[in-house]
Design a protein around this ligand. Structure first.
Ligand code: G6P
Length: 612
């Protein structure tokens, strides 16, 4: 979703801002803009990609050591040049970039119109910059004070950066609900939506908290004040991210790199937590809440998108291994349906980015009702990581491709550890079984490594199906969420309509769609409901559907039935999702590439959805 980057310091700002925008491209956007402050505020913006903006500004006056830039993901008003950020105030002495939604913009807009302000765009953002100008000119206050007063009148979410022609050595930034990070270099400051544009310049950062305003002056110490006018001491943290982690490292796309990183990301997510020698699982982040979890009557998992699919796998794992009731709910539904939650409930919020607005709101709701809320997040220091009582980080490393891949398997790895930990403490499974699963889990990174060897074969299979318009994904038991995730990956990046279904449920609807043109991807690994899935495959074949089966190595039975098969190593039933997901990711990737789609930045999608 919208990306923000700003700079003040001794260097020319333009190259830093442009590179910053490129780093933020992964978040998803549809227009881009830049503002340089040199004597005057110079704003350039256009619809399209950062490369289009670069082309558009060629030959323009872009000098200056202070500036800001933005990628916009449209909410209010279509993606076009006028609605792109930055936006000027009426007197053109202020410019703003904004991520989030001003919910009371309509009321503010008509009030400002009555006061003589005219609006050139359809955005909620323009309302805010006019409001700041109005306060600044009427109350004769500093820029930071005008911003502060304006933010007190705003309902909604925001991360903003404001520049003023009359304060040429100052950046004002503020956040509520949408993330902002400030990088502190030598005599220079960087502001960004996340750390990726900052990492190559400094690893000293301050994560702004909600309702905090940063007052950033050239050659002065950073000041932070709250919207309620309290001064705060900036808390400087060290970034642990490396530059390599956010670059493609020889791969054609981030998505492919991230798929291939999975042996490492799964291993890193289990490191120091899975103790094979001791026959033990530990999760340091939730140690203080173990008792609460063990006493919980039920666990509610809440998440969105791919993280929700990981949550579904978590339900199968926790219920089967630890015998605790688990409900899994979309955060966007949970937050608005007045759910029954008590102090005895434990809520687990899962989020790669740690910034998903609906998941954050679900957390606040659950906390408000007294529940213990724990998190599984990938981004250290993110809003969800901070909003939860405690949690466990996945250590997948930065995920840049919009379609989530390594974050999913890392979440499932952590959920598996979580389920095993609860099972162990509750004594809900025999020690021999516990040790067997633990030992097997330890081999998963190697088995994923081995699975990745199917890449060439998967590419060939993908070529067969690039012109289809529909696809069906089937799985049963713990592989049902894998089918959902396989279908989501395909539709996200190739724009082929795909549905995931529990294999037997196919008879109650989707079977009507099956003909010789319909590819049906089936997870048909041994164990569990293997025989039942074979029957489902027969049902598809009887209607001339095309079967592409994920099977265990050497499985002659399904091999004979399938039009195509992809072999994966055998493992415990409960651990199959960690392996079976991988070829499905590769299939989607290759189909999308062959269809000429922008795999890393699919249309209309955002990496972290910071608006509801
Ligand atoms: C967006 C992304 C998905 C992601 C979902 C939840 O829709 O495009 O890939 O699964 O948000 O994001 P989160 O960061 O909370 O896991």
């Amino acid at each position: 979703m919208c990306g923000i980057v700003a700079y003040i310091g001794p260097r020319e700002a333009y190259p830093i801002l442009m590179k910053g925008l490129q780093r933020l491209e992964y978040r998803g956007y549809d227009s881009a803009g830049i503002c340089m402050l040199n004597d005057d505020l110079k704003v350039f913006k256009c619809k399209g990609k950062v490369a289009d903006l670069e082309e558009y500004v060629r030959g323009k006056d872009l000098k200056g050591t202070i500036g800001m830039a933005h990628t916009r993901w449209a909410t209010h008003g279509e993606p076009n040049q006028i609605n792109a950020h930055p936006h000027f105030s009426q007197n053109k002495r202020l410019a703003i970039i904004h991520n989030g939604i001003i919910e009371n913009y309509a009321a503010l807009r008509s009030e400002l119109k009555n006061r003589g302000y005219t609006f050139t765009s359809d955005t909620d953002t323009e309302v805010l910059v006019h409001l700041i100008e109005d306060i600044k000119s009427h109350e004769k206050v500093s820029l930071e004070e005008a911003v502060r007063i304006a933010l007190n009148q705003v309902i909604g979410a925001y991360a903003i950066v404001v520049l003023s022609k009359t304060s040429p050595d100052k950046i004002i930034a503020a956040r509520k609900g949408s993330p902002l990070v400030i990088g502190i270099g030598k005599d220079e400051y960087f502001v960004a939506s996340d750390a990726t544009p900052i990492i190559e310049y400094t690893d000293n950062v301050v994560f702004l908290n909600d309702e905090e305003i940063a007052i950033i002056r050239r050659n002065e110490k950073l000041k932070i004040r709250t919207v309620r006018n309290q001064d705060k001491t900036p808390y400087i943290q060290k970034l642990e991210m490396s530059l390599n982690a956010i670059e493609k490292g020889g791969y054609e796309h981030f998505m492919l790199k991230e798929i291939f990183e999975q042996p490492r990301s799964i291993r890193d997510s289990m490191r120091g937590r899975l103790h094979l020698d001791l026959g033990l699982v530990t999760l340091g982040g939730i140690r203080d809440y173990e008792q609460k979890l063990l006493n919980a009557k039920r666990i509610i998992i809440t998440a969105c998108g791919t993280s929700w699919h990981a949550g579904l796998v978590g339900k199968y794992l926790i219920e089967d291994l630890a015998r605790i009731t688990v409900e899994v709910e979309y955060s966007s539904e949970f937050r608005y349906r007045n759910p029954i939650i008590s102090e005895e409930d434990v809520v687990i919020a899962i989020s790669q980015s740690g910034e998903t607005a609906d998941t954050l709101a679900a957390i606040e709701l659950a906390k408000g009702k007294g529940a213990t809320v724990l998190g599984i997040c990938n981004v250290v220091g993110s809003s969800i990581a901070r909003a939860t009582h405690a949690g466990v980080y996945t250590h997948a490393g930065p995920e840049i491709g919009v379609a989530s891949t390594k974050a999913f398997t890392a979440q499932v790895a952590v959920l598996t550890l979580w389920a095993l930990l609860l099972a162990q403490r509750r004594g809900s499974m025999p020690m021999s079984q516990f040790r067997r699963i633990l030992g097997e889990l330890n081999t998963i990174p190697d088995k994923v490594e081995h699975t990745l060897k199917v890449n060439d074969k998967v590419r060939d299979i993908a070529a067969t199906y690039i012109n289809v318009t529909n696809a069906l994904y089937l799985g049963r038991g713990i592989n049902f969420p894998v089918a959902l995730e396989g279908a989501l990956k395909l539709k996200e990046i190739s724009y082929i309509h795909a549905e995931g279904y529990p294999a037997a449920e196919m008879k109650h609807g989707p079977i009507a769609l099956i003909d010789e043109h319909m590819p049906v991807f089936v997870i048909a690994t041994r164990r569990g409901t293997y025989e039942k899935v074979i029957s489902n495959i027969q049902e598809v074949k009887a209607r001339k559907g095309q079967i592409i089966a994920i099977i265990n190595e050497g499985d002659e039975t399904v091999r004979k039935l399938a039009d195509h098969y992809i072999e994966i190593p055998e493992t415990e039933e409960m651990l199959v999702p960690l392996i079976a997901t991988v070829p499905l990711q590769l299939l989607s990737y290759h189909m999308a590439v062959m269809r000429g789609c922008n795999v890393d930045q699919p249309r209309n999608l955002a990496k972290s959805v910071t608006v509801e």
